[in-house]
Design a protein around this ligand. Structure first.
Ligand SMILES: Cc1cc2nc3c(=O)[nH]c(=O)nc-3n(C[C@H](O)[C@H](O)[C@H](O)COP(=O)(O)OP(=O)(O)OC[C@H]3O[C@@H](n4cnc5c(N)ncnc54)[C@H](O)[C@@H]3O)c2cc1C
Length: 412
């Protein structure tokens, strides 16, 4: 298989266990944590005054099951990431709220999908089929739809999880309120520069976890930005109170700090701040899918939180080393010409540069797992990351080679 050669991972050319990480969302904090477990020294940079201020700043994040009827690459990756995350977080009961998650089958397509999932699913998670008249027993909210219930799943507080990762990273220097404006590689090290062009740190390994701004450093990476809005409901807005996470086309969460959260809209990130349209969308989805739950069709004020999700076209994250795109495209022209590649070919990478981003709507488990894979690779255990070429950034260049699309305008 030719692509195996083109996605061979680079050797680790440093004996110094030291890395720079940009971004203190879930991906950056998890990356620091996993490397910290192997006694790496970490320099962590964040443009804001504390961690988890962007997508990872939502008050609650749900561990969403991946319900698929086939063994797609996505299913394989997200199942593995949930398994890895659960086995970790279940050791910390103060961080995890395993309320259970029910996914309602709100149309016939969903019902068929759930039935097939129950027959074919991998044995990663326990799951129960719940008829419509029993849903209320599990959730405390009446439903006209049946569903499937995942008793081990639930929610976490992303900020608390980020703080936990950082508290458990021993050799950590955090630099808040420091925007990294540029990066440069020379003398065998990556150097990161602030807005005043001052070099803030140097290390052989640099990991980009800056999510929505990742193209600032690697312009050819293809990422999609969508804005998501959560809406906060006061208790008086609900006729009954969920005790589990209820997923339909959107979701309704159990009480958190006196409010109930519904979400989450998907819009182009064209405006800053809360949008009335997105709030109405969240409310209308709730009314449509849980009609027996009496809720208002509008709220007296705009309330909630908005943030940017970063994702890719193939719905898989970007985790791994960054190829030197110009040299890579030149080296692997043979793929485009249908030729067989020599087995001993050297894959051109930007030395020591890595990414852990584009976790879409599943950032809690995906960022943890991605950080674990990356740390294993950096500690010379290459197998697990090598076995998942579908998350490597290089797949985007290979796709360009196969389709013949010209990305030269986006190469630095
Ligand atoms: C509305 C909404 C609901 C969601 N719900 C869920 C859910 O229920 N379950 C789930 O698993 N996922 C959910 N997600 C997705 C999840 O929140 C994200 O996948 C995850 O937070 C991404 O983490 P991150 O670290 O990659 O990015 P971010 O949290 O965005 O972190 C990036 C960090 O980099 C910093 N940064 C950027 N550029 C620079 C720079 N140049 N210099 C220094 N610092 C920089 C930013 O300030 C930020 O702190 C949701 C997302 C949204 C928007």
């Amino acid at each position: 298989m030719q692509y195996t050669v083109a996605q061979r991972l680079p050797p680790i050319n440093t004996t110094q266990r030291e890395a720079i990480i940009i971004g203190t969302g879930l991906a950056g904090c998890a990356s620091a944590y996993h490397l910290g477990q192997s006694q790496w020294k970490i320099h962590l940079f964040e443009q804001h005054a504390h961690c988890a201020t962007q997508a990872s700043g939502n008050p609650i994040g749900v561990i969403h099951p991946y319900i698929s009827v086939n063994t797609s690459l996505e299913a394989c990756y997200y199942d593995a990431s949930i398994k890895a995350f659960l086995s970790y977080i279940q050791q910390y009961p103060a961080l995890y709220h395993p309320t259970g998650v029910i996914q309602l089958a709100y149309n016939s397509k969903r019902q068929q999908q759930q039935q097939r999932y129950l027959q074919q699913r991998p044995p990663t998670l326990s799951v129960q089929s719940i008829p419509a008249n029993k849903v209320e027993d599990y959730t405390h909210v009446p439903s006209s739809y049946p569903g499937i219930f995942f008793p081990q799943l639930g929610f976490i507080r992303p900020l608390a999880l980020c703080q936990h990762y950082l508290q458990h990273t021993a050799q950590l220097a955090i630099h808040y309120q420091t925007t990294i404006a540029s990066i440069q590689y020379y003398n065998g090290l990556w150097h990161v520069f602030d807005n005043q062009q001052h070099c803030q740190a140097s290390a052989a390994i640099l990991i980009l976890c800056n999510a929505a701004t990742v193209q600032q450093f690697i312009p050819w990476l293809e990422v999609q930005l969508t804005q998501g809005q959560l809406t906060y409901l006061p208790p008086y807005a609900l006729s009954s109170f969920p005790k589990t996470v209820i997923c339909h086309q959107g979701y309704l969460l159990p009480s958190f700090e006196g409010k109930y959260i519904i979400g989450a809209s998907y819009q182009k990130p064209h405006q800053r701040g809360l949008s009335l349209t997105a709030q109405q969308y969240n409310l209308s989805l709730l009314q449509q899918h849980l009609p027996q739950l009496h809720t208002p069709s509008s709220l007296p004020q705009l309330t909630g939180r908005t943030a940017i999700r970063v994702s890719t076209r193939d719905h898989l994250p970007l985790i791994g080393p960054i190829p030197d795109a110009t040299a890579y495209l030149k080296t692997f022209q043979a793929i485009r010409q249908g030729k067989t590649l020599a087995d001993n070919i050297t894959v051109p990478y930007l030395p020591g540069l890595y990414v852990n981003t584009a976790h879409g709507s599943r950032g809690i488990n995906s960022s943890f797992f991605g950080a674990q894979l990356l740390a294993q690779h950096l500690c010379h255990q290459h197998q697990a990351l090598q076995a998942m070429p579908f998350i490597h950034p290089s797949r985007q260049l290979i796709k360009q080679l196969r389709t013949g699309h010209n990305i030269h305008s986006r190469l630095k």
